[in-house]
Design a protein. Structure first.
Length: 289
């Protein structure tokens, strides 16, 4: 049985409740991670902060306020005001499948690992992707038409025909679709061509700071005038239906991505996410046992 200890990242980078968001962002960049456990002065786990928490806490990078206001927020906003307190934890000896179930059902990106009330690691979706890479190494010489029929490909794992939004749709439409369908991201299409992703955090970032001196009516009017294209994030990478699951995992790891559009020739065919890959990995473990 594969356990959490087999997959987790030992001795993860951490922050304290008094660290600023600027320090959090710099540490995430230097460590190439998206989640950081929060420890108090005694070394006790008191929370976890994610890149999404940071994005939600900061104001818009758009021209709705001056750059110095965002810089001020980065320095003045502390971890304790943004973190998730008393996070769910797991034992290093728990089955990896149990950690995967928590990540999937609670839509977490990571779980701190504690042993005798001491933080000993963190297990993330990325750790599961690394396991997929070990189980399904990226072929170097082998041609696609020579692969084993049992090899898992993106077509077996991806979500076909996911909910999407048009690039020229009002931003409010994307917001409503995300909320009503409880999804993290929407693929943005121009006809049948994929052009980017949009998330709630992207939409949240369009709201100007209080220091911008705008009335609520002016804020709503500005947001209503925006289209999805003005706020979305482009994604220059994609998977194909015949790419192996290991190749897709490798692409995500190399570029720190949580999802990839699946393109069949020039047309958008579906979506593959970290969750899709490690759900399939857990299913495979069950079939092997």
């Amino acid at each position: 049985m594969i356990t959490v200890r087999d997959l987790m990242t030992d001795d993860p980078a951490t922050v304290s409740p008094s660290n600023s968001l600027r320090e959090v962002v710099e540490l995430m960049k230097s460590k190439a991670c998206r989640q950081l456990p929060v420890l108090d002065e005694r070394g006790k786990l008191v929370g976890i902060i994610t890149d999404r928490d940071v994005r939600m806490a900061l104001d818009s990078p758009l021209v709705l306020h001056e750059r110095w206001i965002e810089d001020l927020q980065m320095d003045r906003t502390k971890v304790e005001s943004c973190m998730t307190r008393d996070p769910v934890t797991i034992s290093p000896d728990a089955p990896a499948a149990e950690a995967a179930e928590i990540l999937i059902t609670k839509k977490f990106g990571a779980i701190p690992v504690e042993e005798d009330a001491i933080l000993v690691g963190i297990i993330t979706v990325t750790d599961f992707l690394r396991q997929v890479m070990r189980d399904h190494p990226r072929p170097i010489i082998q041609k696609r038409d020579k692969r084993s029929p049992s090899e898992i490909i993106v077509l077996d794992v991806m979500t076909a025909n996911p909910i999407t939004v048009s690039y020229d749709a009002p931003l409010t439409e994307a917001h409503n679709v995300l909320i009503m369908n409880n999804v993290r991201r929407l693929p943005v299409l121009d006809g049948k061509r994929f052009v980017g992703f949009i998330t709630l955090a992207d939409i949240k970032a369009t709201q100007p700071s209080d220091a911008a001196g705008l009335s609520m009516w002016e804020i709503n009017e500005r947001i209503e005038d925006l289209t999805v294209e003005e706020v979305m994030n482009p994604c220059p990478f994609n998977a194909t239906p015949t790419m192996t699951m290991g190749e897709a995992a490798q692409l995500m790891l190399e570029h720190n991505l949580a999802a990839l559009p699946v393109m069949d020739r020039e047309e958008f065919a579906g979506l593959i996410t970290e969750s899709d890959i490690f759900r399939r990995r857990i299913q495979a473990w069950g079939e092997e046992s």
